[in-house]
Design a protein around this ligand. Sequence first.
Ligand code: PLP
Length: 375
Amino acid sequence: MSLFNVYPLFDITPTFAKDVYVYDENNTKYLDLYGGHAVISIGHSHPKYVAAISNQVKKLGFYSNAIQNPLQTQLADKLTSLSGSKGYQLFLCNSGAEANENALKLASFHTHKAEILAFKNSFHGRTSAAVAATDNAKIVSPLNAQQKVNFVSLGDLEAVETILKQNKTCAVIIECIQGVGGLDESTTEFYQGLAILCKTYNTVLIADEVQSGFGRTGDFFSFQKHHITPDIISMAKGMGNGFPIGGILIHPSIKASFGLLGTTFGGNHLACSASLAVLEVIEEENLIQNATEISAYFIEKASEIPEVKKVKGRGLMLGLEFDFPVAELRKKLIHKHHIFTGSAKNPNLIRILPPLTVAKKHLDLFFDALKEALK
Ligand code: PLP
């Protein structure tokens, strides 16, 4: 049987990984500044994480959500203390798209409205509702096209108000710092204005922290820089360091009732133990502070390279913008210098999404390689 061919693949087969390094079948060592698309938060195969999952699988890997699972409560408590999201309620699922799908569904139940407002260049995953919240999706199925999603430009509060005023929009969904769209971020004034408009027009504000959450930007959640209080926060990627887990944090103003949301696998014992280990390591190793410190070093080093026209992003969700397409440069970095980087919708942008354990010495390797590759 062949695989359904939807991914253009690099010709590399990773077989082993440790912290910020990935090794292929020939034992070639690659520096991972991509983190499997911002997924690897605490480093590959962290011993504490490996032990947590291994010990849990020996005891109980999964049982249904219809029976008590104290690991979910432990995870909720740890999340509250590290993220500062006091009073929020946690619903667990398995991926980013599923988190957003549940967030949108909940918004629709809560407001009794059906339309969604998203921002140009945003990306919220591939589901019947959430894929439509992606104006840059190349392929939109008839089902997706029927879903009514309005798109406005990031930063345009007037356009937001024009739509919310019609009283049909259940949710505004936003990445406070855009991922695949190219790391654009608006002003604090804009995010605060957006939160006020959502309150005024009874619209649920969903902060999509699937990529930017779990410390990646130097705050636990990227919206925290702007001092707003979203109604729902969606999370995934860095939450499990590779173990599939997603979730939404739900403001206390939105009430639960039996059967409102549900999932078979979400919040299973293995996923919870993986995510608990992630949070413990983030705390013990001060990884959020490391993200901030290493980010400053990255920006300083990048400023020494004349070909870099702009450094985008914050924390360890970063991009280097050039005035030429970077596909060839990325190929050189991976095949000649053995460094993984990421791409974006903008063909001139290299994205840097390393494990939060990355150190200055790794960036030194990267910038030496980049200078060489630019020659
Ligand atoms: N939201 C954002 C901001 C993302 O970057 C992604 C994935 O790249 C998703 C949602 C979808 O997550 P998943 O691929 O886990 O469904």
